[in-house]
Design a protein around this ligand. Structure first.
Ligand code: ADP
Length: 162
């Protein structure tokens, strides 16, 4: 069965980066997604290697700062999370804040918890097309759970769920 990226089944990929893990922000970041009403459908701690980082960060692989980003991303494990919800890719990017954390909006994760461009706590897929590649990059189909969430009754109107 193909992964569903439509409606309330839209999925996005989040990584809590090494600075988030080291600074004890795993719970804080997860709490923000949970209280927003997003569904956690997969989660695990993993170590990234050069090969997966070259693929994941292909769009910055030829930048002078890439070696630094690559070694930073391998400096400790990261937490990979797949979140589900209506227009979840966009919703998570808003919660995340812009790349340059010290200029990110107060209230966003990067705006509230980081100062750096590189050490900016989380990665989040930047479009539905990207998410469709990133979710399977980090999660096998059988690691992604389909389950009903009772709070959806109060998170969405009936017509938004269809
Ligand atoms: P985002 O993570 O906000 O989608 P990009 O895809 O442009 O941003 O970059 C990927 C990651 O590479 C950033 O989150 C950041 O960790 C790092 N990065 C981006 N630009 C720079 C830079 N100019 N200097 C150092 N690291 C950078």
């Amino acid at each position: 069965m193909a992964m569903d990226f439509k409606g309330v089944s839209e999925k996005t990929l989040v990584l809590i980066k090494p600075d988030g893990v080291q600074r004890g922000l795993i719970g804080e970041v997860l709490m923000r997604f949970e209280r927003k009403g997003l569904k956690v459908v997969a989660m695990k701690m993993i170590s990234l290697d050069e090969a997966v980082l070259r693929e994941h960060y292909a769009h910055i692989a030829d930048k002078p700062f890439f070696p630094g980003v690559s070694s930073f991303m391998q400096s400790s494990p990261v937490v990979a999370i797949c979140l589900e919800g209506l227009e979840v890719v966009q919703a998570v990017r808003i919660l995340c804040g812009i790349t340059k954390a010290r200029a990110a909006d107060a209230g966003s994760i990067r705006g509230d918890f980081a100062m750096s461009v590189a050490c900016n706590v989380i990665h989040a897929s930047d479009s539905v097309e990207t998410a469709m590649k990133e979710v399977p990059r980090f999660f096998k189909q059988d690691e992604i759970y389909e389950y009903g969430k009772s709070e959806y009754e109060h998170v969405y109107m009936e017509d938004e769920k269809n």
